[in-house]
Design a protein around this ligand. Sequence first.
Ligand SMILES: *Cc1c(COP(=O)(O)O)cnc(C)c1O
Length: 368
Amino acid sequence: MPTPLQPAVSDLIANWINPDIQAMIAYHVPAATGLIKLDAMENPYIWPASMRAEWVKIISQIDVNRYPDPEAAALKIKLRQEFAIPNNLELLLGNGSDELIQILLLAVGGNDHIVLSIEPSFVMYRLIANWTRIKYVGVPLKQPDFTLDINAILTAIKQLKPALIFLAYPNNPTGNLFPSELIHQIIREAPGLVVIDEAYAAFANASFIDEIATYNNLLVLRTLSKMGLAGLRLGYLIGTKDWIEQLAKIRMPYNINILTQVSAEFALHCKDILDAQTKLIVAERGRLLQYLSRLPQLTVYTSAANFILFRVPRSELVMENLKAAGILIKNLHGSHPVLDNCLRVTVGTPEENYKFLTEMQKICTNRS
Ligand SMILES: *Cc1c(COP(=O)(O)O)cnc(C)c1O
């Protein structure tokens, strides 16, 4: 029992936790138990039983009393092989690409350095910049189609001289793939680092990996999360040796745990299965786009990723109706002014998508 002489926890927090952190609202992940989960860009497919059985055998050989390989050498070899990463480039692995975003921000922070991105984009750029106390500036995308405002970006680059620019390619939550010429232009004009975040590369067939050799200031960020391994938490950053060497200094030793190292290596050994799932998702994306576009109340945005952004008359009402039907998608209303009444649905299995579309059709018919 606390003694009366102790200060109250609330006073201790007020005195000692950084005021910026006290003012923050924690990142919230909604409960999804029992719902069809179409809110988080996960691959909806589980592994075939034979693959699962083989994996369990491998996992059962692991000795968890020992620290994992700090370099995750075997996994890196497999990543290089499966994603055709040239030998003259190095890899930095992260506990999800979120951790690599944090490493990048920690590495460039200080000296009033600024980090730049576009808005709306992946929220973790801004959140982690706040956590690491680096000034973040977001240049708005153009309306109505969320295209890059290249003039505004180039002006911001000139004025702010950002130490680091994040560009999601394709972008989340808008789903579009920006024209590569514009990205080239940004890389050329940027005084500091440009990180192209290719979290959705598997669904887009576009990459800047081959450009890393051309530009001294370019890094490419990837993750296994969206291609079916979200639970393992593995991201990788690709760049030249000199950059990776600097960033690796602030990576936690053993940041990739043994289960992730072994499981990811095994999963990549079965990459044809994951690739087949990706193909199904891309085909379903086309079908979802086509059917959603037929509902006259919606504005549907085209997508090069595994999710679709669309605008409805009243997003809260649609969310409630979907939830009552057992379906969870993401409400982006309130996250940014240009996303008023916007919803984002992750492409699921054909059965899940059918249920979602049927409900959307019902909602639209009832409310029109
Ligand atoms: C999902 C996502 C990530 C984060 O991926 P993790 O590897 O799961 O941390 C990074 N960037 C973008 C653009 C994303 O949408």
